[in-house]
Ligand binder design. Structure first.
Ligand SMILES: Cc1cc2nc3c(=O)[nH]c(=O)nc-3n(C[C@H](O)[C@H](O)[C@H](O)COP(=O)(O)OP(=O)(O)OC[C@H]3O[C@@H](n4cnc5c(N)ncnc54)[C@H](O)[C@@H]3O)c2cc1C
Length: 466
């Protein structure tokens, strides 16, 4: 008899959700977490602190540049320490919340590093060096990911930082160089630009936001450039010389050519994340990894070893908290004999810059490449009443629907509140809804969501306000 039905290694959004759902379904569950607090990357050094800093820096920027136009005169002064304390308080509220939920669901917590030492056996090395072996019927690897590194460049988390260091800088750098124009680079670049840094973003590809709809990415580049971010696309960073104060960053065209030097006080390496499996004993346990170091799983999240499962950033798929959560939930239900399932075609993706970018489903470029006939309906926020009243008219909604069936295949929103607006598109797509369904749904006036309805009308060339 195993002491536990389920042991989950890692309590990020994948692991803690899996543990809670399994407990709800009557399993005896334990979690192993080496970090001092629960919530993983997302709550401690990812989604939550970055959104707190985006929120606070946006208010600062607003106070400096937008409130005056509304007749609100304010003098601003940045207290970075206090802003960091605001961020830390948000993190604490969240990680304490997860600890409470684990206790409430009677989930036992082992605070240490987990290693799989055999089928159904996890050895935990506690902080004081002692070890304990735990038996479980099922073991879940939910160990997440870590920042990818550039060869030859050492991250000190002070002046050469990953996202973790960039969320806790002691002062606003005069010049910040961001390597990588993906979501994390642009979000954190936006934060420090708003707080006063000169921000240059170096990107290997010839466009920002790789993986997103091309039209969205081009629009965002224009908007972020207007906000003061400088882009060096089609370039790569090949080295950093830190001798003699400041950093001399060697930058070269990606296609080859003359090297130049860009000076920066802080360099943020934001070139992506890699699965984290160090120290888990996967090779010895026979758990297979793919050529990118991700744990290989089948459609039931089972690894190459029976009884060992994996979810979240450590397996293939978008590295997103809600994808990890949904996998955690589905796995717990599968283990309880239910039909747990994740619909990978409907996973929203959000960039929390200003305006925000939110998308779900296929990008226009993807549909073209796949030869799928589609109709596109687009509606700009310059024609939306609420956006005009708020003077937040940057952006648009684009709906892509199947040319024959009208089924919605993709929705892309650039808007002040896009992260919240995308949910209706996700629900519609889960139900296989059409552009007509959206167009016939009554949307409250005046709201930004009316632009979604108008874009749905525009699929059939019958938008009213544009
Ligand atoms: C700056 C930043 C911003 C982000 N913003 C967003 C966002 O806005 N929205 C979004 O959806 N996603 C965002 N992400 C991505 C999101 O954080 C991840 O997709 C998510 O955390 C993955 O969850 P997970 O459970 O798979 O792993 P993680 O959250 O990485 O958790 C894994 C946990 O496992 C623990 N662990 C690892 N190995 C062991 C071991 N051997 N023993 C015990 N414990 C172990 C780790 O300490 C960690 O706590 C962001 C990421 C970053 C870095």
């Amino acid at each position: 008899m195993s002491a536990y039905d389920l042991i989950v290694i890692g309590t990020g959004p994948g692991g803690y959700v899996c543990a809670i759902r399994a407990s709800q379904l009557g399993m005896k569950v334990g979690v192993v977490e080496k970090r001092a607090t629960h919530g993983g990357t997302c709550l401690n050094v990812g989604c939550i602190p970055s959104k707190a800093m985006l929120h606070a820096s946006e208010r600062y920027d607003e106070a400096q540049h937008s409130l005056g136009a509304m007749g609100i005169a304010v003098e601003t002064e940045l207290d970075l320490q206090k802003m960091m304390a605001f961020k830390d308080e948000g993190v604490k509220g969240n990680v304490d919340g997860v600890a409470f939920l684990l206790r409430k669901n009677k989930i036992e917590h082992f605070h240490g590093t987990g290693r799989i030492v055999g089928p159904g056996k996890v050895a935990v090395t506690f902080i004081n060096g002692e070890t304990q072996e735990i038996d479980a019927k099922h073991v879940v690897i939910a160990t997440g990911s870590a920042p990818a590194q550039l060869p030859g460049i050492e991250i000190d988390e002070k002046s050469i930082v990953s996202s973790t260091g960039a969320l806790s800088l002691a002062q606003v750098p005069k010049r910040l160089l961001v390597v990588g124009a993906g979501i994390i680079g642009l979000e954190l670049g936006s934060v420090w630009r708003r707080l006063g840094a000169e921000v240059t973003v170096v990107e290997f590809l010839d466009h920002i936001l790789p993986g997103l709809d091309g039209e969205v990415a081009r629009q965002m580049q224009k908007i972020l450039t207007k906000q003061g971010l400088k882009f060096k696309l089609g370039h790569k960073v090949t080295g950093i010389d830190a001798s003699g104060g400041g950093h001399k960053v060697a930058v070269e065209p990606a296609a080859g050519g003359a090297q130049e030097t860009v000076e920066a006080d802080v360099v943020l390496i934001a070139i992506g994340r890699v699965p984290y499996t160090a120290g888990l004993g996967l090779a010895e346990a026979g758990v297979a990894l793919d050529n990118r170091g991700r744990v290989i799983v089948d459609e039931h999240f089972q690894t190459s070893v029976a009884g060992i499962y994996a979810i979240g950033d450590v397996i293939a798929g978008p590295m997103l908290a809600h994808k990890a959560e949904d996998e955690g939930m589905a796995l717990a239900e599968i283990l309880a004999g239910q039909a747990g399932h994740v619909n990978y075609d409907v996973i929203p993706n959000v960039v929390y810059t200003f305006p925000e970018v939110a998308s779900v489903g296929k990008a226009e470029d993807e549909l073209k490449a796949a030869g799928i006939a589609y109709k596109a309906g687009k509606f700009p926020f310059t024609a939306n009443g609420r956006a005009k009243a708020n003077q937040t008219t940057d952006g648009f909604v684009k709906i892509l629907a199947d040319a024959k069936t009208d089924r919605v295949l993709g929705v892309h929103i650039v808007a002040a509140n896009a992260s919240e607006m995308i949910a209706e598109a996700a629900v519609l797509m889960e139900f296989g809804g059409s552009a007509e369904d959206l167009a016939r749904t009554c949307h409250a006036h005046p709201t930004l969501t009316e632009a979604v309805k108008e874009a749905a009308l525009a699929v059939d060339r019958r938008a009213i306000h544009f």
